[in-house]
Design a protein around this ligand. Structure first.
Ligand SMILES: Nc1ncnc2c1ncn2[C@@H]1O[C@H](COP(=O)(O)OP(=O)(O)OP(=O)(O)O)[C@@H](O)[C@H]1O
Ligand SMILES: [Mg+2]
Length: 482
């Protein structure tokens, strides 16, 4: 296995094992590094302290003994007592002449040869680690060079002072053993504690996951358990529950829509079927012109309904992707031109008294959809008016205000939000059998919302008024003569 594929294998394994294992491994690794670094530093400082302590003690003994070496470089009573004094401090001493021969030494080394071969220059020192014949412990020595003058002749000598580092090294060994035992134990404890703690923290997540897994598309009424407290997991569970509520609501709305749409589509189809049955079974009772008129009427109704459904689906689809004002087919639309066209159409198509007020107002959007908004509102107004309709377009700050009003029965306050829902027709309209499917205002609301605007029923003293607000396109410049 090459190094690269081994690294890839480790990376895959790392990704695949769960958060619990990953946290445990990471915590143990970090803890291991900390223990190693701290242990290493501790050992280094112990070794350093041990050495400097021994070196300072042996150097000071070597210097005081060097000061007592007589000019003849022989053993003298002063030198002997200084060496005995050092022996009491558990230091072994040798004084060597310039030929390396031992001229004085502490009792344990009496009769031994020189323990080191170095003969440093006067005043210079050397440091060594040696084994001495009378002891198994290692010793650290300071070798100090010296010089005396005997009858005008310079004589060099060397003082060797050794001190055992055995006890210090024993302490070091004990520290290493303690770390070798305590370190892994500490790591095991840290790893175990992390594993248990993370596992316990993740338990609610596992419960949430298995609940969500059990929530099928058919039954969105179940909710995930919310653990006590206000931590991230509790917040995740709360968010997930509100998402489930939203999904449940959207799912219910979708089902309602499909069932309403099928119901609406079925009634013209049923009418056509009944008419065809009668035409086939009782041809003498059927006037072909009446039949054709009926077929044409119902086909038109079906056509309108399908077109409305398609438009709603398109606005829905686009709303999911982006708003109407930043997509394709978007252009600057002069609302006042749309109002003028609609005014002309109404005057031609109805006997009602239609008044109009307009100010130039340009918005960003889809011209076909916006004229559809106007058409739906004026169709409703024409359907419910007794004598009068007014269409009014004004600018207010950065918004265009379009108001369509008609005299006639007002919409009861309780129904003023509901009328914008799909397939909602109020009682009065049903009895009129005007052929409306209840999608007109739903289309108005969704198209307007997709253009960043809003629509509502106005609270007016008489009749019914609808107010559409749309954001104007950029800085509107009416220009001269408009
Ligand atoms: N100007 C109005 N005056 C009184 N009631 C209205 C007016 N406009 C709408 N409504 C009420 O709101 C209901 C919903 O209107 P909407 O335009 O959505 O549907 P519709 O006109 O019945 O059918 P469609 O527009 O799909 O042909 C209408 O059925 C009617 O009861
Ligand atoms: Mg309508």
């Amino acid at each position: 296995m090459s190094l690269r594929s081994a690294a890839r294998w480790v990376a895959t394994l790392w990704r695949e094992c769960g958060v619990q294992v990953r946290s445990t491994v990471a915590a143990t690794l970090v803890q291991g590094l900390v223990v190693l670094a701290a242990g290493g530093l501790l050992l280094l400082s112990l070794v350093h302290d041990l050495r400097t302590g021994v070196d300072a003690a042996t150097l000071s003994t070597a210097q005081s003994i060097a000061a007592l070496v007589p000019d003849s470089v022989t053993e003298s009573p002063g030198l002997r007592s200084a060496i005995e004094e050092a022996a009491r401090r558990r230091q072994a001493v040798q004084v060597l002449d310039e030929n390396g021969a031992v001229v004085a030494s502490s009792p344990e080394l009496r009769g031994s040869r020189a323990v080191v071969g170095d003969q440093p220059a006067p005043g210079a020192t050397e440091r060594r680690k040696v084994r001495l014949p009378f002891d198994d412990d290692p010793y650290r020595v300071t070798v100090l060079g010296g010089e005396v003058s005997d009858d005008g002749r310079d004589r060099r000598f060397t003082v060797v002072v050794a001190q055992s580092v055995g006890t210090g090294e024993d302490t070091l060994h004990a520290a290493v053993v303690a770390m070798a035992v305590a370190g892994p134990l500490l790591l095991l404890t840290v790893g175990f504690a992390t594993y248990v703690f993370v596992g316990r923290s993740l338990r609610p997540v596992t419960r949430i996951r298995s609940t969500v897994e059990g929530i099928s598309h058919r039954d969105l009424s179940e909710r995930v358990p919310i653990p006590p407290g206000r931590d991230e997991v509790a917040r995740l569970a709360t968010t997930m529950n509100s998402m489930l509520t939203g999904l449940e609501r959207a799912d219910a709305a979708q089902r309602q829509f499909v069932s309403d749409a099928s119901h609406e589509l079925r009634s013209p189809i049923a009418t056509l079927r009944a008419a065809a049955d009668i035409a086939l079974t009782q041809p003498e009772r059927t006037d072909p012109r009446d039949l054709a008129r009926l077929v044409r009427g119902e086909a038109r109704r079906l056509d309108g309904l399908v077109a409305d459904l398609l438009l709603l689906a398109r606005v829905d689809e686009r709303g999911r992707a982006r708003t109407a004002t930043d997509g394709e087919g978007v252009e600057e639309v002069d609302l006042d031109d749309l109002v003028t066209d609609e005014h002309r159409r109404l005057r031609a198509a109805t006997t009602l008294n239609v008044t109009m007020h307009r100010e130039p107002a340009r918005v960003l959007g889809d011209p076909r959809e916006l004229s559809r908004v106007l058409r739906n509102l004026t169709d409703n107004a024409a359907r419910h008016a007794h004598h009068e309709i007014s269409v009014d377009l004004r600018r207010n700050g950065s918004r265009a205000l379009l108001t369509v009003w008609n005299d006639g029965a007002p919409i009861p306050p309780a129904d003023r939000d509901r009328v914008f829902d799909r397939f909602v027709r109020l009682e009065e309209s049903r009895t009129r059998d005007s052929g409306g499917s209840g999608l007109g205002l739903a289309i108005v609301r969704e198209v307007v919302a997709a253009h960043g605007g809003s629509v509502r029923v106005l609270d007016v003293a008489a009749g019914t008024g609808f107010r559409v607000e749309l954001p104007l396109a950029g800085e509107f410049d009416a220009g001269p003569g408009r």
